[in-house]
Write a new protein. Structure first.
Length: 115
């Protein structure tokens, strides 16, 4: 079970699908996948990592693999999520107190909803 994400992530572990967070000029846009069976099929036909996925596609693939193995699981999403890109263990974001807009860009990434 611990290894399921490794079978999915091609960028680090030579898995089923490659990640792309930029412009897609070839392959399938991450938002165009409608089921995991199409990703499995393409991978088995070509025997090379499928292009392209993002976090929600990776999550759906891991969930699908676990369910195929009989492991009950669920994909969980969230709001106000960040990435500690500089590895210091702290998510540092500078916001305007009134507008809650990011006022100083740095290497950290944050997705959030305004209340």
């Amino acid at each position: 079970m611990i290894y399921a994400p490794f079978y999915v992530n091609s960028n680090d572990d030579n898995g089923l699908i490659s990640g792309n967070w930029g412009t897609v000029t070839e392959g399938t846009k991450p938002t165009e996948w409608v089921n995991m069976r199409d990703i499995y099929r393409e991978y088995l036909q070509e025997l090379v990592p499928v292009r392209w996925g993002q976090c929600f596609v990776f999550s759906a693939l891991v969930t699908s693999i676990c369910r195929d193995l009989g492991i009950l699981c669920r994909s969980v999403t969230g709001f106000s999520i960040g990435h500690d890109n500089n590895g210091d263990g702290i998510l540092t974001i500078y916001l305007d107190e009134m507008t809650m807009e990011i006022i100083k860009r740095n290497s950290e990434t944050l997705w959030y909803t305004r209340q």
